[in-house]
Design a protein around this ligand. Structure first.
Ligand code: MG
Length: 472
């Protein structure tokens, strides 16, 4: 008997930790939070160099986490950028970019197709609780809302906060410059606030919307602390028109745009504080970034791209390189990452961290960045394709970026057909000032080949969904 025990006890000891480890891993699937801003520029956070917008909570998040300085969105406008974040695919593949219409509008009759697989659907393999709070902009009809794409619940506005404008879409650009009061009236923007499929407020009170989104996010985390969750918090702001609550109006030297950001920053602080107080910080990864660069057509109501050229709607760096912070005390090694990453990589990265599978039956465009987050490896991303308005405009390979055509800044609906491709070494020339194509013919040839191959690779993609109207 004693002999048997002597034999068995070590076996039991050997087995026990293994079993416990399996059980523990099951319980400790990481939580994910994405805080996504709208039209926030590369130069708009104090930790990214802004001198008059104070974002202390985001700055602290950057110190405790990873600040990424070369992180891209897959398209320089809202809808396609969001489609790419959700699916890990260039929006040309999902039909969510168009030569005819930049984004989805209130009269749009389509949205992200149900065949597309989102981050939420991937995490549902592991039974995550999932929620969208904020701006969706991937289809406002019931069959395209978040619940049709793997989310359990939705609270927010279904498209941009300037849509359903009382006096039409574009005339107010001039009014903004001559009549700031016009932009401060929420009734001029009849955008609905929705809870799941129901409209609960119209017009949405945008003066309190940032605070309400953040408060909802805090409540959601408290309510779901006992099981793995994925929270997608997509702020409607600082997209124009700008609104902040009374507590924040006048709080920054930057004007209303800065006030808006400082209120968003305050919400980030509350979310991180909640995660720490609930002892979830070690097991949660928070990503903060933007859907595209600043909307410069709106002067000081638009943001800043810092040292980057141009902004929203263009495939210059200012349109697609966005300020990005990953935070997760138990999973993310603090530091500054100067390698490339993209919102295209988020679905792969989260799937990897959760032990879930990304779709295997279609072309994906992302990489798994989890080794970079953990500090154990380099970014696998060495190239990036710059799509805009349904067309491929540029490619980056290592430090080189080749433009084959361009959108004209400000009036970005105009395409500038380049007589010759332009080449920039954007790690040495961050502002894309110095075209070196003439001196680097081999590099131009190599990048032109990448452009041609990528064009062929997207042939047969889902047709344009942005140009489908409700009445069609
Ligand atoms: Mg946007």
């Amino acid at each position: 008997m004693n002999r048997l025990l002597i034999f068995l006890i070590p076996l039991m000891v050997m087995c026990q930790p293994a079993n416990e480890e399996v059980a523990t891993n099951e319980q400790q699937l990481p939580n994910f939070v994405i805080i996504f801003c709208d039209d926030l520029g590369y130069g708009d956070l104090s930790s990214f160099g802004n001198p008059t917008i104070m974002t202390p909570h985001l700055d602290q998040m950057a110190v405790e986490g990873q600040k990424w300085t070369q992180f891209y969105v897959a398209d320089p406008v809202c809808t396609p950028s969001r489609a790419a974040l959700m699916t890990g695919r260039y929006p040309i593949r999902s039909g969510m970019t168009s030569k005819k219409r930049a984004v989805l509008f209130p009269d749009s009759g389509s949205g992200l197709q149900s065949e597309e697989v989102t981050i939420a659907e991937v995490l549902k393999q592991k039974d995550y609780a999932t929620a969208t709070i904020g701006k969706w902009h991937l289809g406002h009809l019931p069959q395209y809302l978040p619940m049709a794409q793997g989310f359990d619940s939705y609270y927010g506005i279904p498209y941009s906060n300037d849509m359903d404008a009382a006096r039409g879409m574009w005339p107010y650009i001039h009014e903004h410059k001559t009549d700031p009061a016009f932009l401060s009236e929420i009734k001029n923007y009849n955008v609905p606030l929705m809870e799941n499929e129901a409209i609960i407020e119209r017009p949405a009170d945008q003066t309190t919307i940032t605070r309400r989104y953040s408060d909802r996010a805090v409540d959601y985390i408290k309510e779901h602390q006992d099981k793995p969750f994925f929270l997608y918090l997509a702020h409607s702001l600082p997209h124009i028109p700008l609104f902040a609550s009374d507590e924040f109006v006048g709080s920054s030297k930057r004007g209303l745009y800065g006030d808006v950001l400082q209120e968003i920053d305050d919400g980030v602080g509350k979310i991180l504080k909640t995660l720490k107080e609930l002892n979830l910080a070690e097991n949660t990864i928070v990503l903060f970034t933007s859907d595209n660069g600043p909307w410069k057509a709106f002067d000081t109501h638009g943001g800043s791209a810092g040292p980057l050229r141009a902004g929203k709607g263009t495939t210059f760096e200012g349109g697609q390189r966005v300020p990005t912070i990953f935070w997760g005390p138990g999973n993310v090694k603090p530091g500054v990452v100067t390698e490339m990453g993209s919102t295209l990589d988020v679905i792969h990265t989260f799937a990897s961290l959760a032990g879930a599978q990304i779709p295997q039956d279609r072309k994906m465009d992302g990489y798994d960045l989890s080794a970079v987050l953990k500090g154990t490896g380099k970014s696998p991303r060495n190239s990036f394709y710059y799509w805009a308005f349904g067309e491929l405009h540029a490619v980056r390979s290592g430090p080189w970026k080749l433009h084959v055509q361009q959108r004209v800044p400000i009036t970005y609906n105009l395409i500038k057909e380049l007589e010759q491709p332009e080449l920039y070494q954007i790690e040495a020339d961050i502002s894309e000032h110095y075209d070196v194509a003439g001196a680097q013919e081999e590099v131009v040839k190599k990048l032109q080949k990448m452009i041609d191959a990528h064009q062929l690779d997207v042939v047969g993609s889902t047709p344009d969904q942005l140009d489908i109207r409700i009445k069609d």
